[in-house]
Structures are given as structure tokens and as C-alpha cells.
Design a protein around this ligand. Structure first.
Ligand SMILES: Nc1ncnc2c1ncn2[C@@H]1O[C@H](COP(=O)(O)OP(=O)(O)OP(=O)(O)O)[C@@H](O)[C@H]1O
Ligand SMILES: [Mg+2]
Length: 334
């Protein structure tokens, strides 16, 4: 497989993506296992002491949170704002995830969830996973600070241009195999693998973000909290995760990565539905049309591996990192 065409993935990235050329230089001296930044401060007491302010204030550009100055609005999830910020103390760009109180129905649960996200992310140190930097409580908002990743979500690339060339799809998803390997070794299941949570930077470097639904059996994070809000995104949901999100293991992430692979290769999802229930019905009962029947450019091997990842029964999928890695190595070597 010719990987030389890969740098042209930059063409799909916004030409006006902010250039933070120094990011790689700044982190160049640090290894995957080195921790950068401040000590995590998510102790139980801190969270319990945090009083949600009576008057809701939304963060805006120019606001300061501890040593971080908000510089650019990057995104708005259901329950949070994401900003690019500048860490004045350490002199490097960061991303700040800040709770959007207006959209939060259960404030205690939202606080718990952000604390869980920080604790989960802090356990994973890998170059393909966004790097945890800090978590804290400003009087106005709890906030999570991570490495700033230059680039765009894979979901946006697919929405704006459809399927990606097969080599790109393999290259990008193969990096997520390694990212997930690190996540699983840390004793976590991500539970929200989807193209919108994969950021693609220059030269097609990908990073996994958004540990908002991560579950850690070792830490008992999220135990007893399974509800619709923790169930994951329906289009990418493993059948067993749709039934009970609290019992899933890494094979649910493999299924979701299979859906993301499918979408990257074909520009469409394996299943669509008018609502969440219909989608879940398909995940449980409908065999996906093989990728190779939709996109003739895709080889039988790639199509088969994608289908394998999408097996209904977790026992019929790749079972662990090694099996999945071997499968992708076979594609890359072919
Ligand atoms: N470290 C980062 N560097 C650059 N951009 C980021 C970073 N983290 C998040 N973003 C941007 O913000 C968007 C939302 O981030 P994220 O996926 O973490 O929030 P979300 O969990 O989806 O929100 P919600 O909690 O409401 O579901 C991303 O799609 C991306 O565009
Ligand atoms: Mg997200």
C-alpha cells in the first residue's frame, strides 16, 4: 500500500487552521510516558466543596482561568464549551473544556462526569491520545485542560468531502488502534469512539479525544451511573452497549472503531434510522453491507476486517489489541 500520498490529507484540512507550529517542538522533549503539567486536583472534597454559582456566566475569549487565557472558541458540545487557551505559566497552547451550565440538567452528574473524564484521561499517556494537563475548579466552572491539537475532527472531513481515500482511512484508523491499545492497557473502555472524537492534524496525525463516557473498572469510575446519557452515540453503538452500557469491555470500542472505519471508507454509516431505537434495532439485527460492495476501491481484506470488527457477538470480533493490530498490519503490508 502506497503511504506516500498521505501528506496530501492536509488538503482536506481548513487552509486557515491556526498554525501553532511550536506544539511539536514544545512536546518534542517529552516521551509518551512522561507527565506534563500540574498535579490533578479532583479530590472528592474539592468537588463536594464546589458551589455552582447562582448566576450562570458563559466563558468568553479573553477570560482567565487560573493561568489559562481563553483565546479561541473551538467547539461546543451538548454540555461543554471547548476553547483554545494559552498557558501563561508554561507558555504553551492548551485546550480547555468548560461546563456549559445552561445545558446541564443534572449539575452534580455533570461535575462527576467531568471529574471522571479527567481521571480517565490522566491515566492514559500515548502520543495518539490527547494529553491530559490539568483539571480544576474555578469559582465559575470546573475545567479540564488538555494538549491543544491542531486540526479538524475526522467527522467534519467525512461530512465535507465524503469517503476518504482508502490509504488515508487505513492510516488514520490504524493510529486509533494504537491509541485504543493504550486506553485498554490503562484499564479503560472509551465507549464513545466516533469520527467526531478523532482529531486529524497536519500530515494525517490523529489523536483520540473526549473521555466523557470512559469507564474504568479499576477505578470504579461511572459505576452505577448507566443511563441514556452515558450510553454512547447511537450510530456507533455496539449491540451489547445498547443493551447495557455498564457491562461493556474493550470489544465495544472495537465495534465502534469498526463503524468509524466503515464510514471513513465509504462516506456512509453501516446503519441509519429515523431515531435512536431504529438505529439500535439495526445494530442488534441487521448485517452491514460489506464495504467492498459500496466502494470498489476497497480490497476484500479491508472489507473483511471491517466486517469482523462489526460482528454482532463480541466473541466473534477481534478480541484484543494484538488481534486488531495484526489485522491492520496485514492490511498495511498487503
Ligand atoms: N484538545 C483539543 N484540541 C483541539 N480541539 C479540541 C480539543 N478537544 C476538543 N476539541 C474540539 O472541541 C470539540 C468538542 O470536544 P469534545 O468532543 O471533547 O466535547 P464533547 O464531549 O463532544 O462535548 P459533550 O460533552 O457535550 O458531548 C471537538 O470536536 C473538537 O473540535
Ligand atoms: Mg465529542
Amino acid at each position: 500500500m502506497d503511504m506516500n500520498i498521505l501528506p496530501t490529507i492536509d488538503d482536506r484540512l481548513e487552509p486557515d487552521t491556526p498554525a501553532i507550529a511550536d506544539v511539536e517542538t514544545i512536546f518534542a522533549g517529552s516521551t509518551d510516558t512522561e507527565s506534563v503539567g500540574n498535579s490533578p486536583s479532583w479530590g472528592k472534597d474539592t468537588a463536594a466543596d464546589f458551589a455552582v454559582p447562582d448566576t450562570i456566566i458563559n466563558p468568553i475569549i479573553g477570560d482567565r482561568i487560573e493561568s489559562y487565557i481563553l483565546q479561541e472558541h473551538l467547539g461546543k458540545g451538548v454540555s461543554c464549551f471547548v476553547f483554545r487557551g494559552w498557558d501563561e505559566r508554561n507558555k504553551y497552547p492548551v485546550a480547555l473544556k468548560i461546563i456549559n451550565w445552561e445545558n446541564v440538567f443534572d449539575r452534580a452528574a455533570a461535575l462527576r462526569q467531568m471529574r471522571t473524564e479527567a481521571a480517565a484521561l490522566a491515566r492514559v499517556k500515548h502520543s495518539k491520545v490527547v494529553r491530559f494537563i490539568d483539571f480544576g475548579f474555578d469559582p465559575r466552572w470546573p475545567y479540564l485542560v488538555t494538549e491543544y491539537v491542531e486540526g479538524r475532527p475526522l467527522g467534519e472531513l467525512i461530512r465535507s468531502g465524503g469517503a476518504l481515500p482508502t490509504e488515508w482511512a487505513v492510516y488514520l484508523i490504524s493510529q486509533m488502534v494504537d491509541a485504543l491499545g493504550a486506553v485498554w492497557r490503562a484499564g479503560l473502555v472509551h465507549r464513545d469512539i466516533k469520527p467526531d472524537n478523532i482529531l486529524i492534524g497536519p500530515n494525517g496525525t490523529s489523536k483520540l479525544i473526549d473521555f466523557g463516557l470512559a469507564k474504568a473498572t479499576v477505578l470504579q469510575l461511572n459505576s452505577g451511573q448507566t443511563g441514556p446519557e452515558l450510553a454512547g452515540t447511537a450510530a456507533y453503538l455496539a449491540p451489547e452497549q445498547a443493551k447495557d452500557a455498564s457491562v461493556v469491555d474493550l470489544r465495544a470500542d472495537i465495534y465502534s472503531l469498526g463503524v468509524a472505519f466503515y464510514e471513513t471508507l465509504t462516506g456512509r454509516l453501516p446503519f441509519t434510522g429515523k431515531n435512536r431505537l431504529q438505529l439500535i434495532y439495526h445494530h442488534l439485527n441487521t448485517e452491514p453491507t460489506p464495504v467492498a460492495s459500496i466502494n470498489a476501491e476497497v480490497s476484500g481484506l479491508i472489507s473483511d476486517i471491517c466486517q469482523w470488527m462489526l460482528a454482532k457477538n463480541p466473541d466473534d470480533r477481534p478480541q484484543n489489541f494484538e488481534e486488531l493490530r495484526q489485522a491492520f498490519d496485514a492490511i498495511i503490508g498487503s
